[in-house]
Design a binder for this molecule. Structure first.
Ligand code: SAM
Length: 218
């Protein structure tokens, strides 16, 4: 009988150990996968981050196809120079270029910069039409741009209002993805939920409350 119990106990212990081993393997695997993703995320989102103060940091998140379409609709009929503040992989810039804008993408992440520059080179686009600059847009005078596209994050939007109001000329339109300006009245908007984008005409901002019908020609 005692033998029998010992056998049962041994059996249970070995089962427990093997399950524990399995769990350890699963935990190790999960840890490794998580570390891998974190490493990849870090590689794409962190380079360039040290260049800006902590409260102005905005990670990379590409705009969706729908957002890009909506931004382009709100720029319909306009022309001239366009700046994308934080151009990421350049998708908004390329879409705007295909509609006739002369574009500058400001980006501090060297990997995304290298990607968008190579795409411009690959597509044979001249640097006078599209350029991607390794520059912090907070430290750049944006007064020469008549069109500005923005996909950043809520904590920086109020500060950006101040900067843009100081620098942009009256006939400039700013189109913003996903996170609207907290104080500016928008001229019009397109899409809903996460795909929503807003257009702001600088000349209308001083005349508060007035939300005029959506007109985009300069
Ligand atoms: C949310 S992503 C938007 C990317 C792109 N505009 C799009 O719509 O797909 C914001 C981008 O801004 C860049 N960025 C953040 N702060 C910046 C700064 N001060 N100067 C230049 N680029 C910046 C980030 O590296 C990131 O690629």
């Amino acid at each position: 009988m005692e033998d029998c119990i010992e056998v049962i106990l041994q059996d249970r212990t070995s089962k427990f150990l093997s399950r524990y081993q399995d769990n350890r393997t699963i935990s190790l695997l999960t840890g490794a996968i998580f570390a891998g993703f974190y490493g990849l995320w870090g590689m794409f989102c962190m380079p360039g981050f040290l260049k800006v103060p902590i409260r102005l940091k905005v990670p990379y998140l590409p705009s969706s196809v729908e957002q890009t379409k909506n931004v382009m609709k709100l720029l319909d009929g306009r022309k001239g120079r366009l700046a994308d503040l934080g151009s990421g992989d350049g998708r908004l810039v390329f879409a705007a270029f295909s509609r006739g804008f002369h574009c500058t993408g400001f980006e501090i992440n060297p990997i995304l910069l290298a990607y968008s520059r190579s795409r411009a080179w690959w597509e044979g686009i001249h640097y006078t039409d599209v350029s991607f600059v390794n520059q912090d847009f907070w430290k750049t005078d944006l007064s020469k741009y008549k069109n500005v596209t923005v996909f950043l994050a809520p904590p920086v939007m109020e500060l950006l209002e101040e900067k843009l109001l100081k620098e942009l000329q009256g006939d400039t339109r700013v189109v913003v993805c996903q996170f609207p300006f907290p104080n500016w009245p928008h001229t019009c908007s397109m899409g809903s939920g996460l795909e929503q984008v807003w257009a702001y005409d600088v000349h209308a901002i001083s005349q508060s409350d007035a939300i005029s019908p959506c007109t985009s020609a300069v």
